[in-house]
Design a protein around this ligand. Structure first.
Ligand SMILES: *Cc1c(COP(=O)(O)O)cnc(C)c1O
Length: 247
């Protein structure tokens, strides 16, 4: 529940702390079940639609990795919290004309899905004198040569895009990201979807050993992602509450 307006900030802090503790316990349990080290999974808290004041409270609770999916909202929040030790991850569909803005605050872009965007990000990062971590977003349900409805490149397009990122000035190829498909053969099968992503990741790492980030799993399916081998889970609702329905 987003009842920030109705309650004081210490109530909100208690609520966020309790939610974070629950998510932490879920990740720890999933790691135990999978025989994985808890330190091998990083929680990224997705703060979209929630105010900078929540980001500040989360930072006070020890959160260091935060994500947003819209440049305008992200840029404003990052500016308001510039005094905090946060790493910003951009996880939404990204227009090339926003590249310049995103590289100013983002450490990682998880949603690189076409070569024109690689060019724009490279140009922008170079102009800012920054090195931007990039993940190829994989649309597991997209047909060969097409894009996913919510962004992402079809699995057979990953290699070319990864090579382009690795060769681009100002960019660093860090790994892969996916969102479990809601339709198609992976609908309702997050574990199968994440296993497929891990296969693609293994193949990618043969050519690019350092590209070992696997960003998968959200509030609903983080256990499946950890079981499959995800290194980063992106959790919004389970930490901040159900978002107002605007996206
Ligand atoms: C919003 C969002 C998330 C977090 O989703 P929740 O279901 O709220 O945990 C993760 N990844 C992406 C790309 C998102 O847009």
């Amino acid at each position: 529940m987003n009842d920030t307006a109705a309650t004081g900030s210490s109530d909100r802090q208690r609520q966020l702390a309790a939610n974070l503790a629950q998510v932490e316990e879920r990740i720890a349990a999933a790691c135990r079940d999978a025989g994985r080290d808890r330190a091998d999974v990083t929680l990224i808290v997705v703060t979209k639609t929630y105010p900078a004041s929540d980001v500040r409270l989360l930072s006070g609770l020890g959160v260091r990795q935060v994500a947003e999916n819209r440049d305008q909202e992200a840029g404003a929040k990052a500016a308001e919290t510039a005094d905090l030790p946060l790493n910003w991850h951009f996880v939404g569909q990204l227009q090339t004309n926003k590249a310049r803005s995103v590289v100013r605050y983002a450490d990682h872009v998880h949603s690189v899905d076409r070569s024109r965007l690689v060019g724009a990000l490279s140009h922008a990062a170079t102009a800012e004198g920054r090195r931007l971590g990039c993940l190829v977003q994989v649309a597991l349900d997209a047909e060969s040569g097409t894009q996913g409805e919510r962004g992402g490149v079809a699995p057979d397009g990953v290699e070319a895009l990864a090579d382009a990122i690795a060769a681009a000035e100002g960019l660093r190829l860090d790994g892969l990201m996916t969102v479990a498909p809601l339709a198609g053969r992976y609908a309702g099968q997050p574990r199968a979807a994440f296993d497929r992503l891990m296969e693609i990741s293994s193949r990618l790492r043969e050519a690019h050993p350092a590209a070992n980030m696997v960003s998968a799993g959200m509030s609903q399916d983080l256990e499946e992602a950890v079981a499959a081998g995800a290194t980063h889970v992106r959790v919004g609702t389970a930490v901040l509450g159900v978002r107002a329905r605007l996206r």
